[in-house]
Design a protein. Structure first.
Length: 223
């Protein structure tokens, strides 16, 4: 059967019924805010599932570990500095932060702290892998929901959308290239990667693109 993976060709974030007219608005539509929060919750839940699986952390955490090794900073402070640096890269890409950018930083951190203690920790490798894969899929869905809300991307997603606009490459390939590059740099600096890291690096791009494509197909006539 010849299956066309059309989602791998997605090159933009669609405008759907919950999309805000402008990412810089000071009074966004309530539906945009609601879906933004839902998407960020799912994004945080997906990352928490990956952490709970115990098979590896996300590429950006590997990068933060590497920075920690050469600076002596804490993981939290290294992550903060990396986020600032990534947002500086927005300038030549003509990306602008918004309400969603701030909420991204706050909500995902809160979700990680709140849900991690309640997530299952399996002993069997197959269950660990399943939990990690589910986490990547949920992270992709959450990312698609909040990006479509059009209230401003998080630091790393802003880098992705900015590079996509400049290169016109498909989102799946842009995101996967960023994640793999981050893993390589973090690992070279002494960060620790696992099979879950590779799941995230290779899977988050296609998962995000598939979610964007699926949501567009499901709701394109309801805007």
């Amino acid at each position: 059967m010849n299956i066309k993976l059309k989602f791998l060709k997605v090159k933009s974030v669609p405008k759907l019924f919950w999309s805000s007219p402008s990412a810089s608005t000071v009074r966004p539509p309530l539906i945009s805010v609601f879906i933004l929060i839902l998407g960020l919750f799912l994004f945080g839940l997906g990352e928490a599932l990956l952490i709970s699986s115990g098979i590896g952390v996300s590429p950006w955490t590997v990068f933060a570990q590497g920075v920690k090794n050469i600076t002596g900073w804490s993981i939290g402070f290294a992550t903060f500095i990396i986020s600032i640096f990534v947002m500086i890269l927005w300038v030549p890409l003509r990306q602008m932060p918004g309400f969603g950018t701030i909420m991204n930083i706050i909500i995902i951190a809160l979700v990680l702290d709140l849900v991690l203690p309640f997530l299952p920790k399996f002993n069997h490798l197959s269950l660990k892998i399943a939990e990690g894969l589910i986490g990547v899929i949920i992270t992709g869905l959450g990312g698609a929901l909040y990006l479509i809300a059009n209230l401003g991307p998080g630091p790393r997603d802003g880098l992705m959308t900015g590079i996509q606009k400049v290169t016109n490459f498909p989102i799946a390939w842009v995101r996967s290239t960023i994640e793999l590059s981050v893993v390589a740099i973090g690992w070279s600096l002494g960060g620790v990667a696992g099979i879950g890291t590779l799941f995230f690096a290779f899977g988050i791009g296609p998962s995000l693109a598939a979610s964007l494509y699926g949501l567009q197909c499901a709701f394109k006539n309801k805007k």
